[in-house]
Each structure stands twice: as C-alpha cells, then as structure tokens.
Design a protein around this ligand. Structure first.
Ligand code: KIV
Length: 271
C-alpha cells in the first residue's frame, strides 16, 4: 500500500494550479511526523502543511507563539524524509520573518533542512515586502490571511474575522497585496463563507480555506482536530472524521473524499 504513494508523481505548484483551473478541490491536512505523513499520502492527500499548530497539538503550548525555527525545521524534516507525492508547505514561525533579510535566512533553512517546497507566513499587505523578497530569491510563498493564530493575543481570542464591511475590505486588500507581491497560494482562516467566495473570485492563485466555507479551491484542517483528539469544544468548522469512520486511515480517506466531492465543509461547518 505504501508503494502506491511512492509511485505517484510528485504534486507541484503547477499541479495544484491545474486542479484549481479544472475545479478539482485540493485536499490538504497538517502533518508533523513520518508515520502520519505515510498514512496521509496513501489516502491521497494532495498537500501537507507542516503548521506551527504543532506547538499546540504536539508540544502543549497555549498558542503558536512560542514555536521556534528549530521546532519547525525538525518536524518539517520528519515529513520530508518520507514524503513522496504531496506538496509540502512549511510555516515560518512567529517573529522569524520580521524583515525581508531575516525571512530569507529562515525560509532557506526550512527549504534546505526541512525540505519545504513552499513557506507560509501570516499577514497581508504589511508582509508584501517580505513576500516579494522571498519570491525574488526563488522561494515560493503561501500567504495566510483572515484569522492569524500568531496574532491571537492581539485579537483577545480565536474569533471569526471579516464580519463587518471594513474587516471584509481589509481581507480583500490583503489578498490582492499578497498576490501582487508574488504569493503563489493563500490560506484563508475563519471568515464568513460569503467573503471567502469574494476572495477566491478576486485572485488567480489557489485559495485553501480553514473555517472559511466551501467556496475556495481546497480545504485544510489540523490533523489532530479532524481525528477528534484536541478538545471537547471544537470550533464549528471542525468535523471529527474518526468518529464516523473507525480508523485513522478510514478517517483520512473520508476527509479526502468529502473535500473532493464538496460535502465538507457543509453549511453547518461554515460562518
Ligand atoms: O499552523 C497550522 O496548522 C496552519 C494551518 C491549519 C492552516 O496554519
């Protein structure tokens, strides 16, 4: 069974763009270690995010803020060692991309040590210079807009973003600024579904949603959330796929199917 994943052609950014063009949904999950990476690839996950959510689900921190470059590089390398087919995006952690020069040093480390094919960073227009610098040095970048977990202290909690006209306009402007700066993909987190449709329609790069409703090019969830392992009170958008499917392999396969056929996220998972 593992041989199947190993024989698959590696997914590239061009593959994901082609899926976007033909309207095939991109199924993405977070992963942080070798064993889950093998299971996810065998189930047909198109793209991994080695997310700084690892600080919360693996390391027990209250937020992603304490996560370091050493943490990210270590876990990204675990994934890259066995990853054969899925596209790998790795998070730049909090305060690792304050200036274009610092971002380049750290992004190169995630590529060289962690096998990242693309790096992800949080923020919009305020990060355009950093994105431009990385892309100008041949490092593909995924922007992350909407709810920014690294800024959760500023929000005073994990809250849906872009609910009012000013918030929605700022998110649309952020998406445009990131695309203009050269970002090759966007992750959009915890915004109303109607706003997601506007963002997805306003940019040409693939948009991957989490808690953002169905109208984007793909979906991502934190792996441990969709396995029902993280807390008794999950946010509305999280679905426990393990409960219905009985095994981790079954849960991941059901997630991939549900993303591809558009049954997840349903309206009850959207804002
Ligand atoms: O840190 C993370 O896991 C993420 C994804 C859920 C988008 O940023």
């Amino acid at each position: 069974m593992m041989a199947d994943a190993q024989q698959k052609t590696p997914v590239t950014l061009a593959t994901l763009q082609a899926m976007q063009q033909r309207g095939e949904k991109i199924a993405c999950l977070t992963t942080y270690d070798a064993s889950f990476t093998r299971v996810l690839e065998a189930a047909g996950v198109d793209m991994f995010i080695v997310g700084d959510s690892l600080g919360m689900v693996l390391m027990g921190y209250e937020s992603t803020v304490p996560v370091t470059m050493d943490d990210m590089s270590h876990h990204a390398a675990n994934v890259a060692r066995v990853g054969r087919s899925a596209y790998r995006v790795v998070d730049l952690p909090y305060r690792s991309y304050e200036t274009p020069a610092q971002a380049l040093v750290n992004a190169r480390r995630l590529v060289d040590e962690g096998g990242a094919r693309m790096v992800k960073l949080e923020g919009g227009a305020d990060r355009a210079a950093v994105v431009e610098h990385l892309v100008g040095h041949d490092i593909p970048v995924c922007g992350h807009i909407g709810l920014l977990p690294q800024s959760v202290e500023e929000y005073g909690g994990y809250r849906v973003q872009g609910r009012d006209a000013a918030g929605a306009a700022a998110i649309l402007a952020d998406a445009a600024a990131l695309e203009n700066a050269g970002a090759g993909m966007l992750v959009i987190e915890c915004i109303p579904a109607a706003l997601t449709a506007r963002v997805t329609g306003s940019v040409s790069v693939p948009v991957i949603g989490i808690g953002a409703g169905p109208d984007c090019d793909g979906q991502v969830l934190v792996l441990y959330d969709m396995l029902g392992m993280t807390s008794d009170h999950q946010p509305r958008f999280v679905k426990d796929f393990l409960q219905e499917n009985g095994s981790i392999r079954g849960a991941v396969a059901a997630y991939v199917t549900a993303v591809k056929d558009g049954s997840y996220p349903a309206s009850e998972h959207s804002y």
